[in-house]
Design a protein around this ligand. Sequence first.
Ligand code: UDP
Length: 242
Amino acid sequence: MPEPRYKRVLLKLSGEVLCGDLGHGIDPEILNGLAQEIKKIQSLGVEMGVVIGGGNIFRGVAGAAKGMDRTPADYMGMMATIINALALQDAFERNGIHTRVMSALHIQQVAEPYIGRRAKRHLEKGRVVILAAGTGNPFFTTDTAASLRAIEIGAEILLKATKVDGVYDQDPVKHKGAKMFTRLRYLDVLKRELKVMDATATSLCMDNQMPMIVFNMTKRGNIQKVILGEKIGTLVTGEKHD
Ligand code: UDP
C-alpha cells in the first residue's frame, strides 16, 4: 500500500464543486464520485476533516448586492453549507465511510456542535469530520473557516480543491497565457492580490505556518495524488524560497 505524505489533512471543498455542470444545487453523481475517492484515502489511514462551502446554494455577498442586509444573508449562506454537509454525509455513509457533521451554528437534530477536542477525537477514531456553517460568524468565508479549523485540529496541510490546476498570475479561464505557480508565499498572495482565498484566510495561514496546496479536484484521483505527495497544484507556504 502506498505511504501517504500526510497523516491528518483538512480538505476545503467549495460549494461549486458539488454542483458540477449544473451551475447550481447538488449533483448526486459528483457526490458519489467524491465519496469513492475519499474512501480510498481513508483506507490509507489518513485522518480527514472537510470544510464545505455553500456557494452552489447561496452567498451572503450576493444577497447583500441585491439589497439584503449582509448579516441575515450571511446566516443564509452558513445554512447553505449545512445543507451541503448533510448531502456529503449521506453520500459518504452510503459508501461505507464513517462520518460526523459538526456545525458552528447549533442545529442539534442534524449535526453535533463544533468542539475542537471532540473533532480531534472523531479523527483519531477514523471518522471523516464534515465541518459545516463556516466559522459561525457573518462577514467571514468558508476559506477562513478552513484555515481556522486546519490550525485547530492540527492538520499538517490545508488542501484547497478548485476547478483549475493551481494558482495563476491571472484568471486562466479568461487569459490563455496565464502562468501557474508551483510554489508561492502567503505574503506574495497578499501583495499581488492573487485570487486564491480572501485576505483573512491567507493571513491566518501565514501567521500560523499552515501550508496549503491548491489543486484541481475535477480530475479524478487528484485528492489522493496530493495526499501521496505527488507534485501537483500550487504549494503555498510562509517560507522564503527561490
Ligand atoms: N459564511 C459566513 N461565515 C462563515 C462562512 C460562510 O457568513 O464563516 C456565509 C457567507 O455568506 C458565504 C456563504 O456562507 O458567502 C457560503 O460560504 P462561501 O462563500 O465561503 O462558500 P464557497 O465559496 O466555498 O462555496
